[in-house]
Design a protein around this ligand. Structure first.
Ligand code: SF4
Length: 519
């Protein structure tokens, strides 16, 4: 079954990739049942490469499909509640929310009903097939695990005002790749869905749905202006939009959790974590006596046997539910306290773990040249090789988000990371070798600030090790993540600190002060 205007992979149309056909299954809110996991494991084994990838919108991808998935199998998946009930809208981006919605001890509101309602609305309104495949919606309930800094066209972020919960409306406007902007509008929760429907209707009214390339919401807002767009949205609504006089806030600052894992610190159980990876490890839920476990998925990938194993654990110890995260990891939820030790042991038997200090916990890579013709480098293999190299040479006490991207498109992670490695082909000594430009920290630039150019992959592991060693020594305190540390220095200062002459790293020259330290 093919959908004419699809430019992104979906379940109901095939997308060719360098390693075969790619199928993407939307999992609204990333919430999936054990039975659905088993069905996907079977499909991945029978039709694909025998594994699935969790994407940065908490979809599941099956790769290396040799011949298209037939109608009978698609119907079976639909009957299992996978993919949209209406194939013509299955191309629309997965609906994002916090993976801890409904179980987060600090959330202001459970966003799962909003995800479900919007998914139902899309399925019931075939006219929405005219939306761009990239039309993306996110609900953030204001808990510890936030998703409001993820790139989305439309964000509803919960805030508390005079004892009442509202959602602030954010829309994608301005430069590409920036988080959405605060529109200064406060919505009572029950008004979110009508406003979302009106936002979609106005988009459709301005967009030529016969064009193969659909307009992005950002492009429309940049042309039309937010004020005009919202005036038209208002005309579709039976109630007035409530404009607030609150100072506009970037989504990254909305209710950002200031403490991480308070329970774990109190109990002396946990490791430190940077904001985006607080979900890794064992954490108490808002439901007394129940815990969730954040499991590290190396590069977001799970073998089909691991999917079945996790599905069994979710049934045996929890409520039979798994939650995929936009950071390409996974949660098992609703685990009674007395089973926590058992589930940790069984996770290890599956070849997985749940330690935030595991270098793979925040390691991200796009499919790379094995799966994508645009890639300059074999990103996934390089990322795993780097993790192996660091594993025995460096002990981390917090996640370091290292992002390998095969080209500037940055499919695997749209936001800045601690360290971004952009794949390049380097001409040297009459041969072409794979390498990376190295970027660090937060910045208005797409990948952060450029630190080095053209580092060959042979030089890279020792370089990254050196950077992480210096970070551990020079950081202000153990709460300062690598990106924050890097942002305190100019590029020249960082280069001086890292004392980088890539060739010297090949020879393993390490400054004395590093060798003396207890790294
Ligand atoms: S980032 Fe570039 S190389 Fe990597 S998967 Fe996307 S398009 Fe391909």
């Amino acid at each position: 079954m093919l959908y004419r205007f699809a430019t992104c992979p979906g379940l109901f149309y095939t997308t060719p990739a360098a390693d075969g056909i790619l199928s993407r299954i939307r999992i609204p809110g990333g919430i999936i049942s054990s039975q659905q996991c088993r069905a996907i494991a079977d499909i991945a084994e029978q039709h694909g490469g025998g594994y699935v990838d969790v994407t940065n919108r908490a979809n599941l991808q099956i790769r290396e499909i040799r011949t298209g998935i037939n109608t009978e199998v698609l119907k079976y998946l639909q009957d299992m509640g996978l993919g949209s009930r209406n194939p013509v809208v299955d191309h629309i981006r997965n609906i994002m929310t916090s993976p801890t919605a409904g179980i987060d001890p600090q959330e202001l509101i459970d966003t799962r009903p909003f995800v479900q309602s919007w998914d139902n609305y899309i399925a019931a309104h075939p006219a929405l097939s005219g939306l761009s495949a990239k039309f993306s919606v996110c609900f953030d309930g204001g808990g510890i695990i936030r998703v409001c800094d993820r790139l989305n066209d439309i964000l509803f972020a919960a805030v508390l005002l005079d004892g009442h919960v509202y959602f602030r409306l954010y829309l994608s406007v301005g430069a590409k790749g920036q988080p959405p902007s605060d529109m200064g509008i406060l919505l009572p929760p029950e008004k979110c869905l009508p406003v979302l429907a009106a936002l979609a209707d106005v988009y459709l009214a301005h967009s030529n749905t016969t064009n193969k390339r659909r307009l992005r919401l950002l492009e429309l807002l940049n042309t039309l202006g937010c004020e005009n767009y919202l005036q038209e949205v208002q005309q579709h609504l039976p109630f007035p939009l409530l404009y607030s006089d609150l100072t506009p806030q970037p989504p990254s600052l909305i209710g950002k959790a200031e403490e991480f894992s308070p329970f774990l610190q109190r109990e002396g159980l946990g490791e430190k974590s940077n904001a985006n990876y607080q979900h890794i490890g064992i954490h108490p839920q808002r439901q007394q006596g129940l815990f969730y476990l954040g499991v590290v998925l190396p590069l977001g990938r799970l073998e089909s046997s691991q999917i079945r194993g996790l599905a069994d654990l979710a049934t045996k110890y929890g409520s039979g539910t798994l939650r995929l995260t936009p950071w390409q990891n996974l949660l098992l939820t609703d685990i009674p306290q007395q089973w926590v030790g058992d589930i940790l042991r069984e996770i290890a038997l599956l070849g997985l773990d749940s330690s935030a200090s595991n270098i793979k916990s925040a390691l991200v890579a796009c499919s790379g040249k094995k799966g994508c013709a645009a890639s300059a480098t074999d990103t996934k293999s390089h990322a795993l090789a780097l993790a192996e190299y660091l594993k025995t040479r460096l002990t981390l006490d917090c996640p370091i988000n290292i992002h390998f991207s095969g080209c500037e498109k940055s499919c695997a992670q749209h936001s800045n990371s601690d360290i971004t490695l952009l794949g390049v082909r380097i001409e040297a000594d009459n041969e072409t070798v794979e390498g990376y430009h190295v970027y660090v920290g937060d910045s208005k630039e797409k990948f952060g600030r450029e630190l080095y150019q053209n580092v060959t992959f042979a030089e890279l592991p020792a370089l990254i090790k050196r950077m992480l060693c210096v970070y551990k020594i020079q950081r202000l305190n153990s709460d300062e993540c690598f990106g924050e540390f890097a942002d305190r220095y100019t590029i020249a200062q960082l280069q001086h600190l890292f004392n980088i002459i890539p060739k010297s790293l090949v020879n393993n020259k390490i400054p004395n002060f590093l060798e003396k330290s207890a790294i």
